[in-house]
Design a protein around this ligand. Structure first.
Ligand code: MG
Length: 381
């Protein structure tokens, strides 16, 4: 299912003629004409940066000590927007593939009017249909540029209240009990813990955490359980240990089983691997209580917003999540945090060499940057 531009404008409140904030202007035909008449072509560059992890990261799909992300710079009219592509561990994504995809879609961005971003997104999707962090990086850079050009933060664009926030969870990667205890202690600044379970010693991991912390725990199974009866027994036990939600307990294609679980589970069941873009929502809506929206899955901010709008229409709660990524991608995701019931934005908090500064983490939550665009401090070029 795809939301039309007209419906999108109506849903977001951007369609009214009486609105005066600057974001409204970019959607009017008059401004588009002006932009076309005096525009120079955009210049787009990218670079790969190695991000070091504080701890080895292990989930059911594999382990890693570092991530290579690709940063994209969209420059036009003397203004530079920045975006980032991060990659899912063990899913065939990497910096080289992202760069080859960037080469395919950069010409679309160079030849398009940035203010016509609906059409631009459609043209990009025609070139690359699948999930692509390259699409996300360019979309983030474009929205950062648009915000800077209009001198408004991106959340203003979407009519969101910057003071509305929820605490973010912080991920404790799979490890030996002694290391898990240490990681939980190091997670002292965070109010909610998130744990990846790998199906090997789930109870031991949770019990180990409970020896040193009574914080709420969220559990991510990453499709790791295959038997629904066994899954509900585990969920009931986890709920008694203070686990407040379960993410993607069963494989994506087991929709009937997921619905069966949702009807019985004492805590919300949230889809992650089962939801990439808004098109996925209708098919999974009955089987989950919420959806985990990630910019790297959706292909950027615009589609993430579309997912949130549609999820609400289907009575799904919204989680906003991330990959392991720097302040660039996180500051972009933070722009949409007022939409979220649950937030799982810990990417930069897991890094030891975040190359950029953006949204600030304080008292368990992200402070919405009030700077234009996504709020990244870029050295002047
Ligand atoms: Mg997940």
């Amino acid at each position: 299912m795809k939301i039309s531009r007209k419906k999108f404008l109506a849903l977001t409140g951007l369609a009214g003629s009486s609105l005066v904030f600057p974001g409204n202007r970019l959607l009017s035909g008059e401004v588009n004409k002006t932009e076309k008449s005096n525009s120079t072509k955009a210049s787009i560059t990218y670079k790969k940066i190695k991000l070091e992890l504080g701890h080895t990261w292990t989930i059911s799909r594999g382990s890693t000590d570092y991530k290579e992300d690709v940063f994209v710079f969209y420059e036009k009219d003397g203004i530079t927007g920045i975006g980032e592509a991060s990659h899912m561990t063990g899913a065939g994504q990497n910096a080289e593939r992202t760069i080859s995809e960037l080469k395919k879609i950069i010409p679309v961005y160079v030849d398009s009017n940035p203010f016509e971003f609906y059409e631009l997104t459609d043209k990009v999707n025609a070139k690359i249909e699948n999930i692509s962090p390259a699409k996300a990086a360019l979309d983030i850079a474009l929205f950062d540029w648009l915000g800077k050009k209009l001198n408004i933060p991106v959340h203003r664009f979407f009519g969101l209240d910057p003071n509305k926030f929820v605490n973010t969870s912080f991920s404790i990667g799979f490890d030996k009990p002694e290391v898990i205890k240490q990681k939980v202690k190091e997670a002292d600044p965070y109010r909610i813990l998130k744990v990846k379970l790998t199906n090997r010693n789930d109870k031991e991991i949770i019990s180990t955490i409970r020896l040193v912390s009574d914080k709420p725990i969220r559990v991510d199974i990453n499709e790791g359980w295959t038997n629904k009866e066994e899954a509900i027994r585990k969920i009931e036990w986890l709920a008694k240990q203070g686990v407040e939600l379960i993410e993607q307990p069963m494989p994506v294609d087991k929709i009937k089983e997921a619905k069966w679980l949702k009807e019985r589970a004492p805590v919300p069941i949230v889809a992650d691997e089962a939801i990439n873009t808004s098109k996925d929502i209708p098919a999974i809506a009955e089987a989950y209580d919420g959806v985990n929206i990630k910019l790297m899955k959706s292909g950027g901010i615009l589609e993430a917003f579309r997912i949130a709008v549609l999820a609400r229409a289907f009575n799904l709660d919204i989680m906003i999540g991330c990959m392991i990524e720097s302040s660039v991608a996180i500051s972009a995701a933070v722009q949409l945090q007022p939409l979220a019931r649950w937030l799982d934005l810990d990417g930069p908090l897991l890094l030891s060499n975040d190359p950029y500064k953006g949204a600030e983490f304080r008292d368990g939550h992200w402070i919405m940057p009030e700077a234009p665009g996504i709020g990244i401090n870029l050295p002047s070029t």
